[in-house]
Design a protein around this ligand. Structure first.
Ligand SMILES: *[C@@H]1O[C@H](CO)[C@@H](O)[C@H](O)[C@H]1NC(C)=O
Ligand SMILES: *[C@@H]1O[C@H](CO)[C@@H](O)[C@H](O)[C@H]1NC(C)=O
Ligand SMILES: *[C@@H]1O[C@H](CO)[C@@H](O)[C@H](O)[C@H]1NC(C)=O
Ligand SMILES: *[C@@H]1O[C@H](CO)[C@@H](O)[C@H](O)[C@H]1NC(C)=O
Ligand SMILES: *[C@@H]1O[C@H](CO)[C@@H](O)[C@H](O)[C@H]1NC(C)=O
Ligand SMILES: *[C@@H]1O[C@H](CO)[C@@H](O)[C@H](O)[C@H]1NC(C)=O
Ligand SMILES: *[C@@H]1O[C@H](CO)[C@@H](O)[C@H](O)[C@H]1NC(C)=O
Ligand SMILES: *[C@@H]1O[C@H](CO)[C@@H](O)[C@H](O)[C@H]1NC(C)=O
Ligand SMILES: *[C@@H]1O[C@H](CO)[C@@H](O)[C@H](O)[C@H]1NC(C)=O
Length: 542
């Protein structure tokens, strides 16, 4: 018998079905709500005739998508109603059937991005890492299959179980091809989220299949990750609304599914705790945002894009205390919502790794404070990055000094690297000022109401581009005085006559960034400039 009860959540009512009694597996209340709501959404994308989810963007002319289908399959196993298990097995069979099987190819053991794609590496479809194939999908999909085995092995047929283990063996072998800097790959131990998943998959699969070399290789890779982390108790891929979420997911797997003889089981719990300590200092419950700087961000305001950290907040302190709106599928980057079943299933165990005072601190602003940290991402960082973040209730300033051998931070992406960020409450929304990274080195100073920026290797061609949010209360601005709720004073040795442009969805001379419409204030250096380009922003709520 299945029990149904109604739960009232500010403004609307949802029904929550508890797991069938014979299943004997109950999720904590918040995790159950996350599972139920995300599955209800994904159900509407499920194509049972193909046993795949349609692409969740709804902009793919009914093509399907592999990774979200596997996450959904885990959700089906966790829900375990009607023919859920049968559908899950069918999805898993499809996905593994299409897993790349030729050991001489760089994408060996990886999973297709979507079933309709031409064969990767055929003359008409070049292998293009992170485009036509994504090396991180071995980890995303492989770890999900491991959770399926660990939690729901009893529901799976013998043949599915064997297929999954064979698939994991191949995915782990393929991951071993990955060496940062070789063949266009960038998997260094510092690339925290996939490196944590790689070490886990190798350690787990090696033990399960009695492949001692695989186990040892996972342990060794894990030790490199641990050594980097232990430097300053920080992830090398630091502070990302999305990827800190993946790293916490991977570290939870280290703690939950590996035996004590593994360095991952030994060090994982401390790493989770330290990561949450940093998150709790940076998370501002009043703005519902993690303050900057962000090594990799998929937006400028977590209330408007779906971050994976929001799913951790959901399971720890409830949806209303997270940064999600009631229909998360409407937010930017919403396809990541499909990851929800993994978070729901791990939630109870994950909660045991997070100290009570940290969980309690996530729902109430703890008072003005300054957070400092250091982290290191070899070989992209020439020296450690140093982070300072000032957090007050309605205004935060966070920035990092760095010196790197490329543009765009650890992930070499100018769009996602936000090395200096101001966020504030305008009275009706969160807005932001973010330095768009156009230099390989930056020195910052952060203190109450003040952000100092310096380009140590800058020259007369340097620019300062400040990306600024839009304002409900002032749609059309002409200068800094147009910002709502914040007074900004700029002192600089750049030419003070800046260029203001709008990055709109339908026009303006700049571009939207990560779906956000933005204002772009760009300062150039005066003609014939010599010296170090500098800028100081004095910011005050008004
Ligand atoms: C694993 O790889 C081998 C080649 O090494 C291949 O023959 C086999 O079909 C693959 N298994 C799966 C499940 O893809
Ligand atoms: C394991 O590693 C050792 C030492 O590198 C090697 O000699 C051996 O062939 C490997 N075994 C397998 C099964 O790959
Ligand atoms: C970071 O680690 C280095 C080397 O272990 C140490 O000297 C430094 O004090 C640490 N800094 C912080 C902020 O933890
Ligand atoms: C949000 O946090 C507050 C304070 O801890 C708590 O009382 C409330 O139940 C939480 N909301 C949800 C939906 O869990
Ligand atoms: C970060 O701080 C360390 C220790 O003070 C220093 O050696 C390093 O150069 C700093 N990094 C940057 C990019 O300034
Ligand atoms: C300034 O530095 C950049 C990057 O090193 C270089 O490409 C550019 O040519 C330099 N500009 C001048 C005017 O020296
Ligand atoms: C919007 O900002 C401009 C300056 O950029 C200012 O002149 C105008 O009065 C502001 N409008 C509103 C409605 O605040
Ligand atoms: C910001 O504006 C400047 C000057 O108009 C332009 O060169 C630059 O490409 C813009 N930056 C972004 C990220 O849109
Ligand atoms: C500053 O920029 C303005 C507008 O582009 C330009 O007219 C002026 O010559 C520049 N001043 C210097 C010193 O480069």
């Amino acid at each position: 018998m299945k029990s149904i009860f109604a739960l009232s959540v500010v403004g609307y009512t949802i029904s929550v079905s508890a797991a069938p009694a014979h299943h004997g597996f109950h999720l904590p209340a918040n995790a159950q709500i996350l599972l139920d709501e995300s599955m209800k959404w994904m159900d509407t994308f499920y194509d049972s005739s193909e046993s795949y989810l349609y692409d969740l963007s709804a902009t793919a002319a009914l093509r399907h998508e592999t990774r979200s289908s596997v996450w959904y399959a885990l959700g089906l196993l966790a829900r375990h109603e009607n023919d859920d298990v049968q559908q899950a097995e069918s999805i898993i069979g499809n996905v593994i059937g299409a897993q790349f099987k030729i050991p001489s190819e760089q994408w060996y053991g990886d999973y297709q991005k979507y079933p309709e794609e031409p064969y990767v590496g055929s003359p008409v479809y070049e292998p293009d890492i992170y485009n036509s194939w994504d090396p991180n999908w071995r980890g995303f999909i492989g770890t999900t299959l491991i959770i399926a085995i660990e939690e729901y092995e009893h529901l799976l047929s013998e043949s599915t179980r064997e297929l999954v283990l064979e698939s994991l063996y191949n995915a782990t072998k393929g991951d071993e091809y990955r060496v940062g800097g070789v063949d266009d790959d960038n998997l260094y131990p510092a690339y925290s989220n996939p490196s944590i998943m790689r070490a886990f998959m190798s350690g787990w699969t090696g033990r399960r299949l009695n492949e001692a070399n695989m186990t040892v290789s996972g342990e060794k890779y894990a030790q490199d990750i641990i050594d980097l982390f232990d430097r300053n108790n920080t992830l090398s891929e630091f502070n990302s609304g999305t990827y800190t979420g993946v790293s916490l997911y991977g570290l939870t797997l280290w703690c939950k599914y590996l035996p004590q003889d593994s360095v991952m089981a030994q060090h994982g719990p401390e790493m989770v705790k330290h990561t949450w300590e940093a998150v709790s200092q940076l998370w501002n419950p009043s703005l519902k945002n993690m303050a900057g700087p962000w090594d990799r961000a998929y937006g400028y305001d977590m209330n408007r894009y779906l971050s994976l950290m929001a799913l951790w907040f959901w399971v720890l302190v409830g949806k209303d205390n997270s940064s999600l709106i009631s229909q998360p599928q409407v937010m930017s980057h919403s396809a990541d919502y499909a990851y929800a079943p993994c978070f729901a299933v791990l939630a109870a165990f994950h909660r045991t790794l997070v100290p009570d005072e940290i969980v309690n601190g996530l729902t109430k602003f703890s008072g003005e404070h300054t957070f400092t940290a250091s982290t290191y991402y070899p070989p992209i960082d020439n020296s450690p990055r140093n982070i300072t973040t000032w957090v007050s209730e309605e205004l935060t300033i966070g920035a990092e000094s760095f010196d790197e051998n490329g543009l765009g931070g650890p992930s070499q992406s100018q769009e996602s690297f936000n090395p200096a960020v101001v966020q504030w409450w305008t009275g009706s929304e969160v807005s932001f000022i973010s330095l768009y990274p156009t230099e390989e080195a930056l020195q910052v100073g952060v203190s109450a109401n003040k952000l100092e920026l310096e380009y140590p290797s800058g020259n007369s061609s340097s620019i300062f581009t400040l990306i600024v949010g839009t304002f409900k209360q002032n749609r059309t601005i002409a200068d800094w005085s147009g910002l709502v709720g914040l007074d900004v004073g700029v002192s600089t040795n750049a030419n003070e006559s800046y260029v203001l442009s709008f990055g709109g969805a339908n026009g303006g001379t700049s571009e939207t960034i990560r779906d956000f419409e933005v204002w772009n204030f760009t300062y150039a250096m005066p003609q014939g400039f010599q010296g170090v380009p500098k800028m100081t922003l004095d910011v005050r709520l008004c």
